[in-house]
Design a protein around this ligand. Structure first.
Ligand SMILES: [Zn+2]
Length: 213
């Protein structure tokens, strides 16, 4: 029996989307720029993805095929079963979400070039980012913005100096058709923001939920 697509959605650049999926289903995220991904236990929305628990469980700061995304309550929520970005770049478990306020602060402090590796004019800055996109997408489930965890940042390849801990954004991003695939380890509420990704310019995402063969 072939795999069956049960859900397919397109997320335009700098917007967000939330969807539910069942344990055992697979999730594919197609993108060519950063995507901020979060998830919650569908039966207890207080149980959320946790960057720190995930890094501690995996004993590493970069995760790929085989690794779980862990919850605050130390349960596996999803497991990566395929990583089309492996060998090209890595996903990020250090950073939070971009936002309108964060862009304005960077501009006021004259640090746009430091953060985004290029000269940006104030008029180039979007008035919102992943924080607002995820807040809007998750509002129908009653999740307040301050309860959205720091995300798993898909296709966000950082250069991290492992002696000083300095983090540098890079322009390393996947080519067309690249995806990362997960298996749900519990019933989930998921959300993704197609990041404005000011370093390279954000692109849309496609979300596909599959019933495996
Ligand atoms: Zn973002």
């Amino acid at each position: 029996m072939a795999e069956r697509i049960v859900y397919h959605a397109h997320i335009p650049h700098n917007t967000g989307l939330a969807w539910e999926m069942a344990r055992g289903q697979h999730l594919r995220l197609y993108g060519q720029s950063i995507g901020d991904f979060v998830c919650f236990n569908r039966h207890n929305l207080r149980e959320r993805f946790d960057q720190g628990r995930t890094k501690t469980y995996c004993s590493k700061i970069w995760i790929s095929t085989g690794a779980p995304l862990m919850s605050k309550f130390n349960n596996p929520m999803l497991r990566i079963v395929y990583d089309g970005f492996a060998g090209t770049g890595t996903h990020d478990l250090q950073k939070g979400m971009c936002s309108g306020a964060r862009f304005q602060r960077a501009a006021q402090e004259g640090r746009l070039a430091e953060y985004y590796n290029r000269d940006l004019r104030p008029e180039d800055l979007p008035d919102h980012g992943c924080w607002e996109n995820l807040s809007r997408a998750l509002a129908p489930w009653g999740i307040p913005p301050e309860d959205i965890p720091s995300p798993f940042n898909v296709f966000q390849h950082l250069h991290i100096d492992c002696t000083t801990g300095a983090m540098h954004n890079t322009s390393v991003r996947p080519g067309p058709g690249t995806y990362i695939e997960f298996r749900a380890e519990m019933d989930l509420l998921c959300a993704l923001s197609a990041c404005p990704d000011l370093t390279v310019g954000g692109k849309p995402y496609d979300v596909v939920v599959l019933e495996p063969a």
